[in-house]
Design a protein around this ligand. Structure first.
Ligand SMILES: [Zn+2]
Ligand SMILES: [Zn+2]
Length: 255
């Protein structure tokens, strides 16, 4: 399995883009502004998009992808998988003919270029042997993490979340974890903001990370632009025995 980081920042600027990861060459996990890193040919290979939650930094590229790839998607639609609440939010607030045309009815309802498919947390998808599990987390809107297993190798991504039990318990149920992307959006000085925004800061993350029974490579994502060095230093100080990596745009992991 190949995991390519298209975007992993809490914001945008030159060299920074919001959350999107490409699994092999046909599956996107989240579709933030990082999707713009792909060439047109690379975009054409995407068949499935798994969305963690409805926030703009994770869905911004879906409407633009549907438009850009319109001709290619006729007869072979792009399929978006997410929680029912997330699908409803996309329908109500993006594909509503005001913010963007409803591509789930274009060019015709029976032959649309975009499919929005709701799935309950706990669902395990099987795409050509790659098993993708939706795991409930704890964010300000309904949100999920994803655990992806392919040929015995496992990658997990937390989505946006703050303190919770379910993500860690779900990872512990399985034997293997080879790569973990976990968010820490704020510095410790913003711990109250992290709590009300339902994100981690290094202190909250460290309190949860010790629940993980797998010793694995831990990459921190969703860092607030400009605060990256402080967040990474605070992660390292909170759990000195753990090895933390700052996830960066363009990173490629071959599992
Ligand atoms: Zn969010
Ligand atoms: Zn976010």
């Amino acid at each position: 399995m190949k995991v390519r980081v298209l975007g992993c920042s809490g914001g945008i600027s030159q060299g920074l883009a919001t959350t999107s990861f490409l699994i092999d060459d046909d599956i996107l996990i989240d579709a933030g502004t990082g999707v713009c890193d792909l060439t047109l040919d690379e975009m054409r290979r995407i068949k499935h998009i798994f969305i963690s939650h409805s926030h703009l930094d994770h869905v911004a590229s879906i409407p633009l992808l549907a438009d850009t790839l319109f001709d290619d998607l006729i007869g072979k639609p792009l399929i978006v998988h997410a929680l029912p609440e997330t699908i409803k939010a996309l329908r109500d607030h993006i594909f509503n003919w005001t913010i963007w045309p409803n591509f789930t009815e274009l060019p015709h309802k029976t032959n649309a270029v975009l499919k929005l498919e709701a799935a309950e947390s706990g669902t395990v998808f099987d795409l050509s042997g790659r098993k993708i599990e939706m795991i409930d987390v704890n964010h300000s809107v309904p949100g999920v993490a994803y655990r992806v297993e392919s040929e015995g190798k496992v990658f997990a991504f937390s989505g946006d979340t703050t303190s919770n039990e379910n993500f860690w318990a779900s990872l512990n149920k399985h034997d293997a974890l080879d790569l973990l992307f976990i968010e820490s959006a704020f510095t410790n000085s913003d711990i109250e903001l992290a709590k009300v925004a339902f994100h981690y800061c290094p202190q909250l993350l460290a309190e949860d990370l010790v629940k993980l029974e797998h010793k694995t490579k831990v990459c921190i994502s969703h860092l607030k632009p400009g605060a990256e060095q402080i967040i990474m230093a605070e992660c390292e100080a909170a759990l000195p025995d753990w090895e933390f990596h700052q996830l960066k745009i363009g990173d490629i992991f071959q599992l």
